[in-house]
Write a protein that binds this ligand. Structure first.
Ligand SMILES: [Zn+2]
Length: 692
């Protein structure tokens, strides 16, 4: 899964409030851009003891002087890298726009998409005319069969539970096309629960004052959108939408459960749907979705499908029509006149994420183009900003860290020899993509017009949907990438047994060819280790070396693993960012395990890279100290309370300040900083969690 909760789904990429959504595995991981090569001594607070407050020790001065810009939910290294990459990408898009490239070329598509987004006067002039035919179709729904058809037509390839940790779609269900759990050599269709706009079921079901307040404001927002679109009875419609979304949310399974592959492994034949989940006219639904011929589906959350299908039959038809109309307006608000995108931002940006101000339109345009035409932009980006030397150095680090994992696995005393052999086999077949993909996605046949923003996005959604559905049943390409090169992130693709490290994450402060090895291994090395360890964690132990869903552990292995990981969950349960809200150790467990394992393996890789050489000292810090400080500094971050709260509730990653404390589980951290039992972060050797 990706290192951030940043969703790359196209629906989100084009949303007008990326700010909040750009929350990576690294969510909030950050540090100011550096001029020197090495740890950022000027960001530290050396007045605190590393054993008491390691996060502040690494980042205290930065925390003191940094303010969150008004258009951001959070700030840190991550955002700065994103800003730098956005600036570079903007330059490339500008060049494309000026080049007057021939019609049909990728450069022309980039230019025309950008122009269509920037032509605000035209958007105002068009109003909602482009949306109108689609709204009229919804208004014309007269029975449950029409409803099933409309719901089927709304299906998009907009979720990705395993690679990009994106479980959310406002459509009643979401499609993900990926190697089959049962048939690992061919692409299968996965269906996920959906139907609500708010980020998670807790937003509907929680009784806390904060959530009740959000729901009130959400209702007002729905009404405002209806009014803008010229609907009568906006308040009554808003109430109906909220009630129906609430009913849907009640049927949803919680996030922590969604992450359990065994619960998600439910192969239904198309004919099973009517029997297993009665209510929705499934034949009509699949026909409208263009999937009439698809024989099998993996249903991620069967109980939600039962509940939601039942609601399609039982909830008032008018409520469904209002919900469909509102979701359509909401989804395309960014492509409508300013009043719509402003209203959308006022709720989703300000209220939900605490971001006072929307990003400038130019920046949003760049993010949109870079998201929609990811590989077209990425091809130019990689040529310009990722030299072959960088690729080679990063590859060396990957090799050293893989070697460290090999040794660690061999040395494990608790693991059955057969299980060890399976783990080693996974390392043998692991594909590590560095910088950019081997083959690029084509955009042939995608029509982009300089004067039709809504049409561009609508057609792109369908283009992507058809690209995905067209490969159902076809052979799996295990080297396919899931991120564009200009993405500041990294990702583990469990069904392909593959990792992607895009060019944009392989730059300072995560990776700097001129920095000491200690710093590179502490920063990007621990991230590489984190991703590799996902191959073996609670999720990875479910997939074998070919990406098959097959538990390759013995009972005894699993028992040890569960004991060790329960200890880690308990460790994170003690962290409380708010008096009324603690980190959820179970929800964040897979990521926390990856942090511990990644840091441990990166440390080994670093020591191995030194050979017999002594590490250079910087500002009085030894090589080992630099390694841990570099790690701690990748987590420097400041988040607005609303955004932090949202992360704690919905993100499988713990907040950055706690991820920095992963060091508590590594013996070398204690010896590096001479951490004593009376210091706050001290854990007795028996309480340090060692998994790999
Ligand atoms: Zn991860």
């Amino acid at each position: 899964m990706r290192e951030n909760a940043v969703s790359s789904s196209r629906a989100i990429v084009r949303a007008a409030f990326f700010v909040l959504l750009l929350t990576p595995v690294f969510f909030f991981a950050q540090q100011p851009a550096q001029a020197s090569h090495g740890i950022e001594v000027q960001n530290m607070d050396r007045s605190v003891r590393p054993g008491d407050e390691f996060y502040e020790f690494c980042n205290g001065a930065w925390l003191k002087r940094t303010e969150i810009p008004p258009d951001r939910a959070a700030v840190g290294v991550f955002n700065e890298l994103i800003d730098l990459t956005t600036k570079r990408t903007a330059g490339l898009i500008e060049e494309a726009a000026k080049s007057n490239a021939p019609t049909g070329t990728e450069a022309r598509k980039i230019a025309d998409l950008y122009k269509s987004y920037m032509n605000e006067a035209l958007l105002e002039e068009k109003g909602i005319s482009a949306l109108k035919p689609h709204l009229d179709r919804i208004a014309a729904i007269k029975d449950r069969r029409d409803l099933a058809r409309a719901l089927g037509e709304s299906l998009r390839a907009d979720v990705d539970p395993l690679n990009n940790t994106n479980y959310h779609t406002p459509n009643i269900f979401g499609l993900w096309v990926a190697p089959g759990f049962s048939d690992y050599q061919h692409y299968n269709a996965y269906l996920l629960q959906g139907g609500v706009q708010l980020p998670d079921r807790e937003y509907y079901l929680s009784n806390s004052e904060h959530m009740r307040d959000i729901r009130e404001k959400y209702k007002a927002h729905i009404a405002a959108m209806f009014k803008l679109a010229g609907y009568s009875d906006a308040e009554a419609r808003a109430q109906r939408v909220l009630d129906l979304e609430h009913a849907i949310a009640e049927k949803h399974t919680p996030l922590a459960e969604n992450e359990d592959i065994h619960k998600a492994n439910n192969l239904w034949a198309q004919a099973d749907f009517a029997k297993n989940a009665p209510g929705l006219d499934w034949a009509e639904y699949f026909k409208a979705a263009g999937l009439a011929k698809q024989q099998t589906f993996d249903v991620w959350q069967p109980s939600a499908f039962v509940g939601e299908s039942e609601l399609v039959a039982s909830a008032p038809l008018d409520s469904w029509k209002d919900l469909l109309a509102f979701h359509l307006i909401e989804t395309y608000a960014g492509e409508l006149p300013k009043a719509f995108s402003d209203e959308r931002f006022a709720f989703f940006g300000k209220t939900l994420s605490g971001v006072p101000q929307q990003r400038p339109r130019e920046q949003r345009a760049v993010i949109l183009v870079s998201g929609i035409l990811g590989d077209a932009v990425g091809k130019i980006y990689a040529q310009r900003y990722f030299p072959p030397e960088a690729k080679q150095r990063a590859q060396e680090m990957v090799n050293n860290i893989i070697a460290a994992f090999r040794k660690r696995i061999d040395a494990l005393t608790w693991m059955d020899p057969k299980t060890k052999a399976e783990a080693q086999a996974k390392l043998n077949t692991l594909y590590v993509g560095i910088g950019y993909p081997e083959t690029w996605h084509s955009y042939e046949g995608l029509e982009i017009k300089p004067d039709d923003l809504f049409g561009n996005i609508w057609r792109d959604d369908l283009y992507e949907y058809h690209r995905q559905t067209n490969r159902l049943g076809k052979d799996v390409d295990r080297h396919e990438w899931s991120m564009s090169p200009q993405t500041v992130n990294a990702v583990n693709l469990p069904l392909q047994n593959a990792l992607n490290f895009p060019a944009a994450i392989l730059q300072p402060p995560f990776f700097d060819a001129q920095a000491p090895a200690a710093v590179n291994y502490g920063a990007i090395g621990s991230t590489i280790g984190h991703e590799i360890s996902h191959t073996f964690d609670t999720e990875g132990s479910t997939f074998d070396s070919m990406g098959r869903v097959r538990n390759w552990w013995t009972e005894a292995d699993l028992k040890h693993f569960e004991e060790a990981t329960a200890k880690l969950a308990a460790q994170y349960d003690t962290y409380k960012p708010f008096p009324d809200l603690a980190v959820n150790g179970k929800q964040t467990l897979a990521e926390n395990i990856a942090d511990v394992a990644g840091l441990a393996a990166a440390y080994d890789g670093y020591r191995a890279s030194l050979g017999t050489n002594a590490a250079p000292v910087q500002d009085g810090f030894s090589g080992d100290q630099q390694f841990f400080i570099a790690f701690g500094q990748t987590w420097s971050s400041k988040a607005r309370p609303a955004a932090l709260r949202r992360q704690v509730l919905t993100d499988p990653h713990a907040p950055a300040q706690y991820r920095a404390l992963t060091v508590r589980n590594i013996d070398a951290w204690y010896s590096s900083f001479d951490v004593k039992p009376d210091e706050k972060l001290y854990l007795a050797p028996a309480d340090r969690v060692r998994i790999w």
